[in-house]
Ligand binder design. Structure first.
Ligand code: GLN
Length: 469
């Protein structure tokens, strides 16, 4: 176990000379000890130690940044200059980043230490971390269970006590679902609030980088450093970032989805837990009432049509010519494209490229892609409308707790894991998973809060004060 779980505990040790380096050594040793989880694809001991020594010097000089003492892991789809990045895919094996993502530049400037890159589903496609080309991640709470996906290594690296915080990416739930499965806090900011520059694209109109941590306070500390306009990302927002004070948000109006809770496939304990939270919040004087879910049955299909369409286009750049894996047996240009991609991509990525290419094809574009765009607009408008009447939406993060490795083999059943999480990405709004539940099977699970676009400050404050995280 690392010596500290949170940034404030880590800060308390900073008065000792060499405190950050000591924390980094400890984290490296813990990662080594917990190797069997397969949470890390690679540790960065040299650059982590160099950064730790620099931070220690700044601590001694009295000018350390807000994240001095924080040890962080990064998902293997975020570029870090001079370090390997693979999106957990064979097609990028051996590729080294030529530049750093904006978020990493900001975090390093605030004195965070980056420990290593974490395992994930290939190109962030999945809900269980079973699609990585480099093996499953085991859930630290129960290694026979998955850690969730696609940021499974990120969630596990925090839950196992290796790092204080982790960066993940969330396209349809990939931060919040593994947070729920591993008993950590997982936060997806508003689309455009955090720069995507240097994030390997999956579905560009959905992707968002966000933190995992043990507490809302630490998630907020990491978020606050990353948030804000970046000229290198044309979809990043110029709206000023509201400071996160974590002051008590007062009495709130909260909507919840009754029809979502009545669905088949919901674990009864997850439903009972949400009901207990609703009763508690009401008793505390908040207004909590049922609201209509915008097109619940259409959310997952809409997400999978649009996300696969965008993925098929984004992944066209992996052609065996410009970077990454190139087939050794291919002859000629056509065969180089075909064989490099056939050898380099795993089965789930291929399935999505095929699906995406199909929904974008001339004969089917109107029936699928254009129609899904219209449905997305309705879901977004209705979500924002609901959030104009209510401060927050409360829901379970996932229908169940973590499942066993290999337990869900039907891709459509796996896609339904995302029933509560895709709405925030379809609508571009912020959402957080808070580890409030403990199932009789021993596994943790979360509740999800969703807020209006750019209302991160209130969302985080509510997470801390209403749910004690
Ligand atoms: N589980 C979803 C998918 O497989 C979400 C993935 C993500 O958020 N990156 O697409």
């Amino acid at each position: 176990m690392s010596a500290t779980k949170t940034l404030s505990e880590a800060r308390a040790l900073l008065s000792k000379a060499g405190g950050v380096l000591a924390a980094t050594e400890q984290a490296l040793a813990t990662a080594q000890e917990k190797k069997d989880l397969n949470a890390f694809l690679e540790l960065f001991p040299d650059s982590a130690r160099e950064q730790a020594a620099r931070v220690d010097a700044r601590v001694s000089a009295g000018d350390a940044g807000s994240l001095a003492g924080l040890v962080l892991s990064i998902k293997d789809n975020i570029c870090y200059k001079g370090h390997k990045v693979s999106a957990a895919s064979r097609i990028l094996e051996g590729f080294t980043s030529l530049y750093s993502a904006t978020v990493l530049e900001r975090l390093l400037a605030a004195d965070a230490v980056i420990l290593g890159r974490t395992n994930c589903d290939e190109f962030a496609m999945g809900s269980s971390n079973e699609n990585s080309a480099f093996g499953n991640v085991k859930n630290p709470v129960d290694p026979t269970k998955v850690s969730g996906g696609s940021s499974g290594g990120a969630g596990a690296s925090v839950a196992a006590g290796i790092v204080h915080a982790a960066l993940g990416s969330d396209t349809g739930g990939s931060i919040r679902q593994p947070a729920s499965f591993t008993g950590t806090v997982g936060f997806k900011p508003t689309y455009g609030r955090v720069s995507r520059y240097g994030l390997i694209a999956f579905a560009s109109s959905f992707d968002q980088i966000g933190p995992f941590a043990h507490t809302v306070e630490d998630a907020a500390a990491v978020y606050s450093v990353m948030a804000g306009y970046d000229p290198k990302d044309s979809t990043s927002s110029r709206k000023p970032v509201e400071p996160v004070t974590l002051a008590h948000p007062g009495k709130l109006s909260i909507g919840y989805y009754r029809e979502g809770l009545e669905r088949a496939g919901m674990d009864p304990e997850v439903v009972a837990h949400l009901q207990a939270q609703i009763d508690r919040l009401k008793a505390d004087g908040h207004v909590v009432e049922p609201i209509a879910v915008p097109l619940l049955d259409y959310q997952v299909p809409t997400y999978y049509i649009l996300a696969t369409a965008e993925a098929s286009s984004n992944l066209a750049r992996f052609d065996g010519i410009r970077f990454g894996h190139r087939s050794k047996v291919a002859k000629g240009v056509d065969e180089t494209y075909r064989l490099s991609r056939s050898e380099g991509f795993g089965p789930e990525v291929k399935r999505r490229i095929l699906l995406g290419t199909f929904v974008l094809s001339a004969g089917y574009y109107d029936a699928y892609y254009a129609q899904a765009q219209r449905v997305r607009r309705i879901i977004r408008d209705k979500t924002v409308e609901t959030l104009n009447d209510h401060d927050l939406i409360l829901s379970p993060t996932c229908p169940t707790t973590a499942f066993g490795h290999g337990e869900i083999s039907d891709p459509v059943a796996m896609y339904l894991q995302d029933i509560f999480t895709v709405q925030a990405n379809l609508a571009g709004v912020p959402a957080i998973s808070l580890p409030t539940g403990k199932h009789s099977n021993g596994l943790p699970f979360g509740v999800q809060l969703t807020a209006k676009p750019f209302d991160e400050a209130r969302l985080l404050a509510a997470g801390k004060h209403l749910f004690g995280r």
